[in-house]
Design a binder for this molecule. Structure first.
Ligand SMILES: [Zn+2]
Length: 289
């Protein structure tokens, strides 16, 4: 039996690009430190809007295939070798934005049976034995059906895995503390005239913003190779993201900060942390799976 790294991190995301935007610096850091980093992406994001005009002919399955290629390139930029599509590529279709008729398609992730999808994820947990699982909060960060479903599936999988004797020690949700968000947008407004973007988003457009005291952990990568790796990974998702560091736009073309510090809230924490941890694994006994 081959021995696994002693620290193992599992991230569960809805679409290709979510991992780089939310956790790119964290993934790059732990991969470089020799931890096992496993990404499970639930859909191929084939209903995403495409930014570059020359790629707008890509829709549906063709866009899904293209985005899988972007995801592979992004993982290369982050130094992460283990990426899987939940149930295999195409098992779950992108559900589209909340309220669209696509949400009702029988094959879409929003219509998936949570226990069935969670069982597929438990298979990964059983194999990888992660101590730490990262996903979204119960609103999926911002209400996209696939993000909400990714949360439900990840939380249910953690529950089922614990029941069968391979518990995950810690589940974190992706967050942005309000004060850091406000500072970043103030700087964005100052910088906007010099940027290749015409308009700015607002803090309300950023997923997962919460009061500062709810932050349990923070991974700071400012000025490190991990910040550069994150930007490179985001650039690899060229159909979805245009980067001009330290800012980027999605298909709405509204500039937003590219956070090189990534923030986490411990799911189910009874009380806020005295001070945010700077290591997602702090205090967890390192075990060989
Ligand atoms: Zn997404």
């Amino acid at each position: 039996m081959t021995e696994q790294p002693s620290r193992r991190l599992l991230l569960v995301h809805a679409h290709p690009d979510d991992e780089s935007i939310n956790n790119g610096a964290t993934m790059a850091r732990y991969a470089a430190e020799g931890a096992q980093v496993t990404l499970v992406t639930c859909t191929l994001g084939e209903r995403g809007e495409v930014i570059p005009p020359e790629l707008r002919h890509l829709t549906g399955a063709a866009l899904g295939r293209h985005r899988l290629g972007e995801l592979t390139a992004a993982m290369r930029a982050l130094g992460v070798g283990d990426v899987r599509l939940l149930g295999g590529p195409g098992r779950y279709a992108d559900s589209g934005m909340m309220g669209l008729p696509d949400n009702g398609d029988p094959g879409c992730f929003w219509q998936a049976d949570v226990d069935e999808a969670a069982a597929l994820l438990v298979g990964v947990i059983r194999e990888v034995r992660p101590q730490v699982l990262v996903t979204y909060d119960d609103n999926g960060g911002y209400g996209h059906p696939d993000h909400i479903q990714a949360h439900r599936v990840a939380m249910r999988a953690a529950e089922l895995a614990a029941e069968e004797g391979c518990p995950v020690d810690r589940v974190y949700w992706n967050r942005v503390p309000r004060s850091a968000g406000e500072r970043a947008f103030a700087r964005l407004h100052d910088d906007l005239p010099g940027l290749p973007f015409a308009e700015a988003a607002t803090l309300d457009d950023v997923p997962g913003v919460v009061a500062d005291e709810r932050i349990t952990a923070r991974i700071t990568a400012d000025g490190t190779p991990y910040a550069a790796a994150k930007a490179a990974a985001m650039r690899a998702h060229a159909t979805q993201i245009t980067v001009a560091e330290p800012y980027f736009v999605l298909s709405n073309e509204l500039a937003q900060p590219l956070f090189t510090t990534e923030y986490y809230e411990l799911a189910g924490a009874a009380a806020p942390a005295a001070a945010p941890l700077t290591d997602l694994f702090a205090g967890i006994a390192e075990t060989v799976a």
